[in-house]
Ligand binder design. Structure first.
Ligand SMILES: [Mn+2]
Length: 295
């Protein structure tokens, strides 16, 4: 199996991070977006990337293991949810301090991961931060509770989540029904335009939000469309006005100083919509390895 940066497939005693893919995109709201191919393509992208992080950390020395992809049934949603949660349960049984790193798939893949991580760490001061151009706060999408357009609402409905430990950052493409729902529920989100070219100030706002609620442990879900499509064009909804790679890098670096990051994911990369030079897959791979090294 081709693994992320050639990391091994076996969880060892000193393994700190376990990477896994969820090749599942059937709950996407538009056709022709093959984010199920992203785990494979993002792994492949790592073979063309240097083996030191930007701060000079030697990547092969990081304690990472890549367990490959979770098997997905294209039709059976509840079976997929069960398989994903069982997979994470087993990780925690092997080592309860493992940090799961999931590569999607569409954004709905984050739901079972966050549900499982949250239920496992329930006693602790947990927060969930979503980077996304969208609120994805529909209650239902075409009659379905489970969709990548309802993912934030499903997270919000989890019993360990409330409007003080859940934040969405980078929004700039919001629909009227979800905007109304967000207002009714006092959902907190920082629009992309509120970042006024001062990355420290903006990062501090995010940190303050969670500190005010006494959050110590943070799960981070990154929809690649939080980035500007000029750096990440390979995604279903390419919306202008997103963050640069460097801006997101700075925010993640700051967050990892102030919080115990207990898991993260990167979703919604669509390799079939990427450029020939694979810029979106490269960007995704860089974000994943840089964030691992920060943590
Ligand atoms: Mn999105």
């Amino acid at each position: 199996m081709e693994t992320f940066f050639d990391f091994g497939e076996i969880i060892k005693k000193d393994t700190e991070f376990v990477i896994f893919g969820i090749p599942w995109d059937s709950l996407t709201s538009i056709k022709g977006v093959e984010s199920s191919k992203a785990p494979k393509r993002i792994r492949e992208a790592t073979y063309d990337i240097g083996l030191a992080t930007e701060l000079g950390i030697e990547i092969p020395k990081l304690k990472v293991c890549d367990k490959g992809d979770i098997e997905i049934d294209s039709k059976d949603i509840s079976e997929n949810l069960k398989n994903i949660e069982d997979f994470i349960q087993k990780l925690y049984e092997t080592n309860s301090s493992i940090i799961p790193v999931m590569i999607g798939g569409d954004h709905f893949c984050s739901y079972p991961v966050i549900r499982k991580v949250g239920n496992f760490l329930k006693e602790d001061k947990l927060g969930v931060l979503v980077f996304d151009a969208h609120l994805d706060f529909y209650d239902k999408w075409e009659e379905n509770k489970y969709s990548h357009a309802t993912i934030s609402h499903r997270i919000f409905d989890l019993d360990f989540i409330n409007n003080q430990n859940f934040l969405i950052v980078g929004t700039r493409d919001i629909d009227i029904p979800e905007q109304n729902l967000a207002k009714q529920n006092n959902l907190e989100f920082f629009n992309a335009y509120e970042f006024h070219n001062n990355i420290n100030e903006f990062s501090q706002r995010i940190i303050n939000f969670f500190h005010n609620s006494k959050v110590e442990k943070l799960y981070i879900s990154i929809d690649i469309d939080v980035l500007d499509p000029s750096i990440a064009p390979g995604t279903g909804y390419a919306i202008p006005g997103g963050f640069s790679y460097r801006e997101l890098w700075h925010i993640l670096r700051k967050l990892s100083i102030f919080f115990d990051i207990i898991g993260f994911d990167l979703v919604e990369v669509a390799p079939n919509l990427d450029l020939l030079n694979k810029i979106t897959c490269n960007t995704a791979a860089k974000i994943i390895i840089e964030l691992i090294s920060f943590i």
